[in-house]
Design a protein around this ligand. Sequence first.
Ligand SMILES: Nc1nc2c(ncn2[C@@H]2O[C@H](COP(=O)(O)OP(=O)(O)OP(=O)(O)O)[C@@H](O)[C@H]2O)c(=O)[nH]1
Length: 471
Amino acid sequence: LPAACRLASGHGHYCVRKCLPQGVRMCSNGFARFHSAKSNLSFTSSRAVVVPATLRRLVTPLFFVPRRAAVRLLTTASSATDLEQAASGVAPQDSFPPHDPRVPVTIITGFLGSGKTTLLNHVLREQHGKRIAVIENEYGEVDIDGSLVAAQQRGEEDIVMLNNGCMCCTVRGDLVRMLEELIRKRRDKFDHIMIETTGLANPAPIIQTFYMEEHLAHHLRLDGVVTLVDAKHATRHIEEEKPDGVVNEAVEQIAYADRIILNKIDLVTESEVNTLIKRIQRINTLAQVQQAKLAKVDMDYVLGVGGFDLEKVESDLLMEEKNSNHVHEHEHEHEHEHEHEHVHTEACHDHEKCGHKDHDHSHNHTHDPGVSSVSIVCEGALDLDKINTWLEDVMNERSDDIYRTKGVLSIDGWDERFIFQGVHSLLEGAPERNWGPEEKRINKLVFIGKKLDEAFLRKGFEECLVSPKAQ
Ligand SMILES: Nc1nc2c(ncn2[C@@H]2O[C@H](COP(=O)(O)OP(=O)(O)OP(=O)(O)O)[C@@H](O)[C@H]2O)c(=O)[nH]1
């Protein structure tokens, strides 16, 4: 299947449409599809179909877009190898989800002193059967963390230091070169890569590296962003007011996380822990949060996270639902406490007068870091053109401020659900399983980002429904 394989590996162009092997068809959303009658399985080209802006109207891809960046579309189904197996009539043993031969990469981030090296040591000491290559980013000449990491004891891992600056800014090129070198020279020596960032790193450029660098994306896949939060000091860092245009790294590190380890809980009270968890969940409702001492968490909490896998989008959205319920319960509790505290003040009976609206109430207790999660849940079918245009507009106008997005969509005329996830303007999406006969076609979309206008996003989204909600 040379043409389909070329397409699956990202080097194809749309001319492959004309020369697809028998049985492989190009779907309207830009993927190649193959159905094996023998095994009765369908396969979809795996990934990396870069859609040039000039061609996108021809193939009607979903979520390509923004002018600033090419977007990859990945599918849930199989790889080029599976396509070949399907063609030969041999079904892959584990056909869904497919085995992805690329090396998973974990980014460990967290504010200064939050416990990143402690976590790394914990992972390297545990018996998980994986050979781990470690990339440490130490800001400064002296390699302190490198000597603190226990890896050498086992002699299995590679530790590479990046000492000349922060990998999210000055040494991103070094990071790319280092990863390339690891792949070229030592690929058979490790099964997983862990990258420890500096405490002041913004994870976004590091995440984007794995999407933008075509050759890296071919060999490596981002497994997850694990953020350490120091239970004792995090609130101060989250609340620190920065000058306009300067990012609050502590908040960004939470916003990009797939997994959060609320570390050093031995230094705070249970009530402080609970308050901080709600705080974290208001910033990022998609991430799981686990409390820890000395970063001791189970290995499957940090390895094999699948934070950027389309197959995991649905379970992440379930987590989001749980987290946001948790936050809302907390906000209501606060409202009651507030009413009791101020029972004698007239103004507080009138929420309009005292300026406390239901949803911003809790923010008045603390400084609002400006980063939050917005989730939109609504039943109905979406018009393909409208949702494409709307997302294109949102991403063109706000992609710097929208950090992460995940969703399940119901597209009018499609039997399949459409799932997607993205980082800034890089969006990946694919048709997934069919909607069940009794299943409600509920769209669910979560944005995490800065200064998000919930009402505006909700209204724009609802206008893409085939029968928009009555206003
Ligand atoms: N009390 C307490 N101390 C901890 C815990 N976890 C880590 N520490 C200590 O906190 C200090 C900082 O931990 P590190 O793992 O070096 O933190 P880091 O995030 O790698 O630090 P930087 O690389 O400087 O940003 C060390 O002295 C750890 O032993 C914990 O759960 N409780």
